[in-house]
Ligand binder design. Structure first.
Ligand code: G
Ligand code: G
Ligand code: MN
Length: 527
């Protein structure tokens, strides 16, 4: 990998991931907030509805009890009312599903008339000057474990009251037990909670003092509201706040899950773009656009004439980051992406521009370019190449190609073989490059119209080391000569190697012993 490209990629990628995480978190927070708001207002609304439904039920019950009293004869100050009407009162108690007793009392709480039960020890709780009807209690009678409430209503000078069992309220509220953890009836006249179901929550306690104010009061989890039919009573309700929380936790994943999926897909999408942007392929394409590929030349010396007779054109890449990159690091990607073809054309054109006059002056001097199988698969490459040769007036005999043995051509690939034959026919040279590093053998070589063979530097390096493969050099040279191929030895660094090669009849030498690969200016001086 190209180090600078990689480093830039790393820093950019880190920034990208950080950006993505923070954006996602912001979105998650926003959505959570919205869901929270929504769930809250929905929960409040539902709470509102059920609180009012309960108040309505209670009002309804009171209303039905009170209206049953309407049918009773009016109490007028006459002393014999009770005598005349007691039986009627007893009967209405007997008939009623709610009423346990009826009592008619004077403003000073003196009992004027009452149904039988507990008549003797009956005491009516004090009633303040408040609007009617009222609910008072709880009241307990001797020898009766039950608690009662007195629902009392004023009729001009006197009050008519009914005793109601506490269980009537218990039953009424029973169906709300799962919604509310506290239901209470607060007597605003006597300033006390006269009925309570469930434990009085802390939250309600400080509100008790303000309850005199007959106002609708409602919070997130508590409600205090007056009743239409009970002047002194406020309905006090508290619900578990956990109900809302659990609802929120049920709702939240519903919204967050798609968001997270979307965010992940978006991440993958951007990741693909970034990977592409920072890929070698992208950099190669950019390099091609910006003409960042340029040739260096490594001269080949003919030791029989003691002259440089040719040069191999090697590609170099100067990247955006002013880095000089060797072909080993990008040729493979260039080949895989198909960019090798236009890049090579760019290289060839630059080399032609630079060497045009040099080639003209030295008719015996030639240039060779490296090709890979991709060039042969491309329809246009050779046509463009021929066009360049015409444009720059470079004759075919001064040009050659090197085909590496590692990117092995298929023996049955007739199209490529035909192309090679065509090239040879036109006068271009063809060399088998890096010979000995792949699986090429004599029979393989016979299928292709090469006229040069380049011994790879790994063999040349063994010369003088006494290693077993040192002897392969002679074998390769023999093979080449038997096939009528001229041999170029590559990577020749020492006089010892030179002497050995010379002794074995190799006259074309490429290597640091004579010249390194160099840019045109230096190369021109050398020639
Ligand atoms: O000297 P250098 O490090 O450039 O050579 C590295 C390898 O890259 C060599 O094996 C050579 O064949 C290859 N190479 C150099 N230039 C080119 C080119 O223009 N095209 C192709 N296909 N390979 C090249
Ligand atoms: O395409 P090819 O594989 O023939 O490319 C030749 C490679 O060998 C290039 O990378 C070039 O720089 C390198 N090279 C050329 N001469 C010498 C040499 O004398 N010694 C070493 N070590 N490498 C060389
Ligand atoms: Mn080569």
């Amino acid at each position: 990998m190209i180090s600078t490209l990689n480093a830039k990629y790393q820093t950019f990628y880190q920034k990208f991931v950080l950006g993505w995480i923070s954006t996602s978190l912001i979105f998650i927070a926003i959505v959570s907030l919205c869901v929270w708001q929504f769930t809250r207002s929905q929960a409040l609304h539902e709470f509102d509805i059920s609180v009012h439904r309960l108040a309505f039920k209670l009002d309804e019950l009171v209303e039905s009890i009170l209206s049953s009293l309407d049918s009773l004869p009016n109490y007028s100050n006459g002393g014999d009312y009770c005598q005349k009407n007691l039986a009627l009162l007893e009967r209405s108690v007997f008939d009623s599903p709610y009423v346990s007793g009826i009592v008619i009392s004077a403003p000073n709480n003196q009992i004027l008339c009452a149904t039988k039960a507990y008549r003797d020890n009956l005491r009516i709780p004090p009633l303040f000057n408040t609007r009617s009807p009222v609910l008072l209690g709880p009241i307990q009678f001797k020898d009766n474990p039950n608690e009662f409430y007195l629902l009392q209503r004023r009729f001009n000078q006197y009050h008519i009251g009914t005793f109601l069992l506490k269980t009537i309220f218990d039953n009424l509220f029973a169906s709300y037990n799962n919604q509310f953890n506290f239901i209470g009836l607060y007597d605003t006249a006597n300033k006390k909670m006269i009925y309570a179901q469930g434990k009085l929550p802390e939250l309600i306690l400080p509100l008790q003092n303000t309850m005199l104010v007959e106002l609708n009061q409602r919070g997130q989890s508590e409600a205090i509201l007056p009743l239409n039919n009970l002047a002194n009573i406020q309905l006090v309700i508290h619900r578990q706040p956990t109900e809302f929380i659990s609802k929120l936790f049920k709702m939240l994943p519903l919204y967050l899950f798609p968001l997270i999926i979307f965010s992940w897909l978006f991440y993958r999408y951007l990741q693909r773009i970034i990977n592409k942007r920072f890929s070698i392929e992208y950099a190669l394409a950019e390099g091609l656009k910006k003409k960042q590929f340029y040739p260096v030349y490594q001269a080949v010396r003919d030791i029989s004439t003691n002259k440089f007779c040719s040069a191999e054109v090697l590609m170099r890449w100067k990247t955006d980051f002013n880095e000089m990159i060797f072909p080993d690091h990008f040729i493979e990607e260039a080949e895989n992406s198909g960019l090798i073809v236009p890049i090579t054309l760019q290289l060839i054109e630059t080399a032609f521009k630079e060497c045009q006059t040099l080639l003209k002056k030295n008719k015996e001097f030639s240039l060779s370019f490296n090709l890979s199988p991709e060039h042969f698969k491309d329809e246009q490459f050779f046509n463009r190449f021929y066009q360049l040769c015409t444009d720059y007036k470079i004759p075919a005999r001064q040009l050659g190609f090197e085909l590496t043995e590692r990117g092995l051509f298929d023996k049955s690939d007739t199209a490529s073989i035909n192309r090679m034959l065509e090239l040879r026919k036109k006068g271009y040279s063809l060399a088998i490059d890096d010979f000995g590093t792949g699986q090429a053998n004599i029979t393989y070589l016979q299928h292709f119209p090469f006229n040069y063979l380049k011994i790879d530097k790994i063999f040349v390096k063994t010369i003088g080391t006494g290693a077993i493969i040192e002897s392969l050099n002679q074998g390769i040279i023999k093979i080449a000569h038997s096939l009528d191929l001229k041999v170029i030895a590559e990577g020749v660094e020492t006089p010892e190697q030179l002497a050995y090669l010379k002794a074995n009849g190799v006259t074309l030498i490429q290597g640091w012993v004579y010249a390194k690969a160099m840019p045109y200016a230096l190369f021109c001086k050398l020639i």
